[in-house]
Write a protein that binds this ligand. Structure first.
Ligand SMILES: Cc1cc2nc3c(=O)[nH]c(=O)nc-3n(C[C@H](O)[C@H](O)[C@H](O)COP(=O)(O)OP(=O)(O)OC[C@H]3O[C@@H](n4cnc5c(N)ncnc54)[C@H](O)[C@@H]3O)c2cc1C
Length: 312
């Protein structure tokens, strides 16, 4: 194992991979990534990986606008394929929440987001599959979509490796060395690496890593549950939908539809999902309206490591 580096990144999820990628692009020197399990073995692999810009604060919006540009040019900017699939992002608001959309959309547009207010009639005409009962207003962002989180991490790490990044998988950091209040390296199960810069990118384990140097991060962990449904062939394309009515996200991957399970349980409904069930195909549990048949199906995204659960 290498004994000296210019920067050590702890954690091989999206944050660690991204930091390592951009440090090597900046020619920071010898960068090392230490991962206790395997690259993308943590929470990133379960991410729904939405790539959208519908945020309300300026910093988040600017970062998201830049992120969309990067995903659009993933080979050049992120070092390889990311499985970015541009579907758009539709936000649906119930009565009482319209004003929030009316206020934020012009602000987002002023920061470069391609977004606009859409009426319920607009949404109904474009997406006849959606049951819009209880929806008062929407907004639609054209450049959003989703990525493949595992592929994205792999591309970031591999491109950084081509620039000299050293990766140690199956290598747990058990302590952080310090001197005069500053980190001076990491202590792993395999040996020690001294470095003037140590990056804590350990995600849900971030508080434990922080405690190694006496920092308390007030993390609260929660588990998300999601449901996947096979969609019939005649089903049309939908954007990623953020439903403020029931506070859930809905998205259609190539062959199945995903929705957080908690919503289904709370609403005690089998095929609600804000999707119409016309009953043409009772065996599948729902049917199709005529219109979606005219739509072409989106090609399958090259998911590197498809897994059943996807969060955030
Ligand atoms: C494309 C994309 C879009 C996303 N969009 C959204 C979104 O719209 N909304 C949202 O809320 N979230 C979003 N996310 C974020 C996502 O839901 C997760 O929060 C995020 O991926 C977590 O990444 P992480 O690197 O912080 O943690 P992790 O992926 O969990 O990585 C941490 C790593 O640290 C390692 N580790 C822990 N302790 C140690 C140790 N002591 N020594 C060595 N290694 C250690 C773990 O094994 C793990 O691999 C998105 C993610 C992606 C990739």
């Amino acid at each position: 194992m290498i004994e000296q580096a210019d920067a050590v990144v702890i954690g091989g999820g999206i944050l660690g991979a991204s930091v390592a990628h951009f440090l090597t692009r900046l020619e920071y020197g010898q960068v090392v990534l230490v991962e206790k399990s395997r690259i993308c073995g943590g929470s990133t692999q379960y991410s729904a990986a939405h790539v959208r810009q519908h945020y309300t604060n300026e910093v988040a919006i600017r970062l998201a606008v830049r992120a969309v540009e990067m995903f659009e040019n993933d080979e050049e900017e992120l070092g390889g394929p990311t499985g970015f699939t541009r579907l758009g992002y539709l936000v649906l608001a119930p009565p009482g929440q319209e004003q929030a959309l009316i206020d934020v959309v012009p602000f987002q547009r002023s920061l470069g987001v391609e977004t606009g207010i859409v009426s319920v009639d607009d949404v109904a005409a474009r997406y006849p599959e959606l049951d819009l009962d209880g929806v008062a207003l929407g907004c639609y962002e054209t450049t959003a979509g989703y990525a493949d989180p595992v592929l994205t991490v792999q591309s970031l790490v591999r491109s950084a490796e081509r620039r000299g990044l050293k990766v140690y998988e199956g290598c747990r950091v058990i302590g952080i060395a310090t001197a005069r209040g500053k980190a001076t390296g990491v202590i792993t199960g395999e040996g020690e690496i001294s470095a003037p810069v140590v990056v804590n990118a350990t995600g849900p384990w971030g508080d434990r890593t922080g405690r190694m140097v006496g920092i308390e991060y007030p993390l609260e962990l929660s588990r998300e549950h999601e449901a996947h449904f096979d969609v019939p062939d005649c089903f049309g394309d939908l954007p990623v939908v953020g439903d403020l009515l029931f506070n859930h996200n809905l998205m259609v991957y190539a062959a199945y539809l995903l929705v957080p399970l908690v919503w289904l349980v709370l609403n005690r409904t089998t095929w609600g999902l804000k999707i119409k069930s016309a009953g043409q195909n009772p065996a599948a549990g729902w049917g199709c309206t005529d219109q979606p048949a005219a739509r072409s199906r989106r090609p399958a995204s090259p998911r590197a490591d498809p897994r059943p659960g996807r969060a955030g």
